[in-house]
Design a protein around this ligand. Structure first.
Ligand code: NAP
Length: 499
């Protein structure tokens, strides 16, 4: 099935491995895991002798494969496969039927794991709710399936990694009872995005940025993820989570560490993660009395998106009419170290906003002296924008002369979109699955990182504990009460990604 494709597939091919998916009948498997594995196989990144073993209950192999096939049609229509290609892929798949609670499931799994080329490499992907992670790790250990004598054994878990510091510690303890920390891959698909990875390449392979990358030149930084969708079918999870846990504690704080970290001594998993954790340790905790001043929380009301009416959060199926869960959150953090002292890092995210846009905006200090204020139109602070989604790429906003006889200024934007590059943009799950199979944990969170990030989030959650009411914003609008105050003193204020 390896074929010549127009995209460049960079990366070392994986060794043959057993890819075990717990919860293989679920949404993540259909939507992301199977399409990514097919794409990897097609461009030679996944070894064709690998096996995909779905652990699930209540289905036959035939009905499972049929649902995967339909999933590709729905979620990855760009994958065009003829019958022979599908047969090749489906021939690599098999199921182990059973309940995760029962020992027999792990006995059957053990029997299903084949030695391939004298090795039994295995990746165990937990595509199940987090309350099963500990039990799966125990089941693997009991059967000796986590033993690495015959080949690597790596376990992938999906966020949330706890709901607060205490539960995160408990989960880490449960996992580490059965597994070595080096076998645990905590996935954050955000870090698999090209533009997020490219941030490190921009920072550490160009000499022009690093001299400017500090408090002397940067006024503030905004890291954002705006979504136009609501909570979809996830009311049960979202009611307990809210935007702060769902997006800030994980994705956006991870991005903040990459923006703020010092150059690692080498580009290896532990060297990078050692630098990231130093950033988290330097984040100044927000004291209870400052939470109101340094955070904004709001919930969407009814409104319109793209001209279509949408209902309010509390009218969504499964949401309590009295819910005070935040669907928009912003927090202003400070990193107490030499490089960043006094520079605000504003992280914000929200649902049912006018557009789906995710960005890292580096706003520089304004010019120290205004030579061109002829028309009362002063030069604006420069900004370097990393667009994470959509239209991945970077843009540098500069002041330039408006053509003509007068000296008027205009905003000029130098753009470098990735789409014009030779290669194609890989899906984050392709990147991360490949990383697990090749043993590169650089983009995965370590236990101590997860705990440090909860230490920053917990005081905010505690200050909000008695939150009985919450400000509303209209779905499809950028009018969010408190955002202008939160960004007061920051050059040019809140960067709304309206273009
Ligand atoms: N879907 C996404 O795009 C996405 C994105 C990011 C993170 N995640 C995370 O990925 C994980 C899986 O998400 P998902 O959306 O795929 O959830 P899902 O659709 O609910 O799938 C979970 C699967 O786990 C199975 N399961 C639950 N209890 C079981 C048991 N006792 N024995 C055997 N199987 C059992 C379920 O089987 P039954 O259907 O038979 O109960 C179901 O197929 C979650 O932690 C989620 O937070 C998902």
């Amino acid at each position: 099935m390896v074929e010549t494709v127009s995209r460049r597939c960079l990366g070392e091919p994986t060794e043959p491995a057993n890819i075990v998916i717990f919860g293989a009948g679920g949404d993540l498997t259909k939507r992301k895991l199977i399409p990514s594995l097919i794409k990897m196989l097609r461009c030679g990144l996944l070894h064709p002798k690998s096996r995909i073993i779905g652990v699930l209950k209540g289905r036959t192999e035939e009905t499972w494969l049929e649902s995967l096939y339909q999933g590709i049609r729905t979620y990855a229509p760009e994958i065009s496969m003829d019958k022979a290609q599908w047969q090749t892929f489906s021939g690599m798949c098999r199921i182990v039927s059973g309940d995760l609670k029962q020992d027999e499931t792990y006995v059957d799994l053990d029997a299903a794991l084949e030695m391939i080329d004298g090795h039994c490499h295995a990746m165990f992907y937990c595509a199940v709710p987090p309350n099963w992670y500990g039990m799966i790790a125990t089941g693997l250990k009991k059967m000796g399936l986590s033993d690495e004598t015959a080949g690597f054994r790596r376990v992938v878990i999906e966020k949330p990694f706890g709901m607060d510091l205490e539960s995160a510690k408990k989960l880490n303890r449960e996992l580490q009872t059965s597994l070595d920390e080096s076998q645990i891959y905590r996935i954050d698909h955000y870090l698999g995005k090209e533009s997020v990875q490219n941030l490190l390449v921009y920072r550490f392979s160009n000499s022009i940025l690093e001299p400017l990358w500090n408090r002397n030149f940067i006024d503030h930084i905004q890291i954002s993820a705006a979504e136009s969708i609501g909570i979809e079918y996830r009311a049960n999870y979202y009611e307990k989570s809210g935007a702060l846990r769902d997006m800030i504690q994980s994705h956006l704080m991870q991005v903040m560490t990459l923006v703020a970290m010092e150059p690692p001594v080498e580009f290896t998993a532990d060297a990078v993660r050692d630098e990231k954790i130093k950033v988290l340790r330097a984040v100044r905790p927000i004291e209870t009395e400052d939470v109101k001043k340094q955070t904004v929380a709001a919930q969407y009301g009814a409104g319109h998106i793209g001209g279509d009416p949408v209902k309010s959060y509390v009218a969504e199926e499964g949401v309590s009419p009295e819910s005070a869960t935040e669907t928009f959150v912003a927090a202003r953090f400070y990193i107490d170290n030499w490089r960043w002292q006094g520079v605000p890092f504003v992280l914000w995210t929200g649902k049912r906003l006018p557009r789906r846009v995710s960005e890292i905006v580096i706003r520089f200090r304004k010019p120290p002296f205004n030579l061109f204020d002829v028309q009362g139109n002063p030069p604006l602070a420069n900004a370097l924008v990393f667009r994470v989604h959509p239209d991945e790429g970077i843009a540098l906003r500069m002041n330039a002369k408006l053509p003509g006889l007068t000296t008027e200024l205009k905003r000029s934007v130098m753009r470098a979109p990735y789409a014009e590059d030779e290669g194609d943009i890989s899906d984050a799950y392709e990147v991360l699955l490949h990383d697990v199979l090749t043993g590169d944990a650089t983009l995965f969170s370590r236990a101590d990182e997860v705990e440090e990030s909860w230490k920053i989030i917990d005081p905010i959650l505690q200050a909000w504990e008695d939150k009985l009411s919450i400000n509303r914003y209209q779905a499809g609008s950028w009018e969010i009460e408190g955002m202008d105050e939160l960004l007061s003193g920051c050059e040019l204020g809140w960067h709304k990604p309206t273009y």
